[in-house]
Design a binder for this molecule. Structure first.
Ligand code: DC
Length: 232
C-alpha cells in the first residue's frame, strides 16, 4: 500500500522483550513505505561477535578487549533477492538466524550494557534516521536515540503471553528449549534491561502505550496506523 502521508516522521517503538515490537514495526513500515530498523539485531550481532571471538567468559562477563575490537565490527541490513525485509549482516556474513538463538539471547544484556557498545550503535542508529521515514524498534529509541521522534510507542504484554510467544517462535525454528528456560531468559532480560545504568528501558514521558496481550497483529497495525494519521 502506498503512503498517503506527505510528511515523513520518525516512529520509535520501545518495550519489553518478546512483546512483538518487530512484527508491528515491520507491518507499519511496509504500509507507509518507511525503512525499518531492528536495533535489537545490532546488539545481538555484537554479542555474536563476542561469542565468536571468545570475549565472554564462563560467568557471562564481557572482556575489556571488546572495546579495542569495536572498530572491527561492521553491521549492515541487506535485502537479499525478493525477501520482504532486510537481514542482518556481521562483517559481510548473513547472521540473521544465528543472532536469534537462545545462546545469544542469554548474553545480549551483558553486551548491551557496555557503554562503548551503546555509544557506537546509537550513533549508527541516529545516522540511519537522519532522513526520517523510519520505524525503529528497541529499548531506548524514544528516550535516547530519537528523543524528538514524532511518534513514540511503548509496547507491553503479560510475561506469560510473551513467554509462550517466544517459546513457539524458537520451537518453530527447531531450537531445543524448555518453556522454563524461555521464561527465565525473558524475566532476566526484563530485569537487566530496566535496571542497567546506561539507557535503561523506560517509557518516554510522551510515549503512547500499546498493551497487545489480547490483540492480533492486524489490530495492532490498525491501532498504530490511526496514531500515525494524526500527523497528516
Ligand atoms: O529486541 P531484542 O530482544 O532482539 O533485543 C535484544 C537485546 O538487545 C535486549 O535484551 C536488550 C538489547 N537492546 C538494547 O539494549 N537497546 C536496544 N535499543 C535494543 C536492544
Amino acid at each position: 500500500m502506498t503512503n498517503p502521508m506527505n510528511k515523513k516522521i520518525i516512529i520509535a517503538i520501545d518495550g519489553y522483550s518478546s512483546t512483538g515490537k518487530s512484527t508491528v514495526a515491520k507491518a507499519i513500515a511496509r504500509r507507509l513505505n518507511y525503512i525499518y530498523v531492528d536495533t535489537g539485531a545490532m546488539y545481538r550481532a555484537v554479542t555474536l561477535f563476542c561469542v565468536q571471538n571468545g570475549l565472554i567468559d564462563s560467568s557471562g562477563k564481557v572482556s575489556e578487549r571488546l572495546k579495542s575490537l569495536l572498530q572491527d565490527i561492521k553491521i549492515e541490513f541487506r535485502k537479499s533477492g525478493d525477501a520482504e525485509t532486510a537481514e542482518t549482516y556481521l562483517n559481510n556474513v548473513n547472521v540473521e538466524k544465528e543472532i536469534r538463538s537462545i545462546e545469544i539471547a542469554n548474553h545480549v544484556s551483558a553486551v548491551s550494557a557496555v557503554p562503548e557498545v551503546r555509544e557506537l550503535l546509537v550513533r549508527q542508529q541516529q545516522l540511519m534516521g537522519q532522513a526520517k521515514g523510519i520505524v525503529m524498534d528497541g529499548r531506548d529509541i524514544g528516550t535516547v536515540v530519537f528523543p524528538d521522534a514524532e511518534l513514540k510507542v511503548f509496547m507491553t504484554a503479560s510475561p506469560e503471553i510473551r513467554t509462550l510467544r517466544r517459546f513457539s517462535e524458537l520451537k518453530a525454528k527447531g531450537e531445543t528449549v524448555s518453556i522454563d528456560e524461555v521464561r527465565k531468559n525473558i524475566e532476566g532480560r526484563d530485569f537487566k534491561d530496566t535496571h542497567r545504568e546506561i539507557s535503561p528501558l523506560r517509557q518516554a514521558d510522551d510515549a503512547v502505550v500499546l498493551d497487545n496481550s489480547n490483540m492480533t497483529p492486524e489490530e495492532q497495525l490498525e491501532w498504530l496506523y490511526e496514531k500515525v494519521k494524526e500527523f497528516e
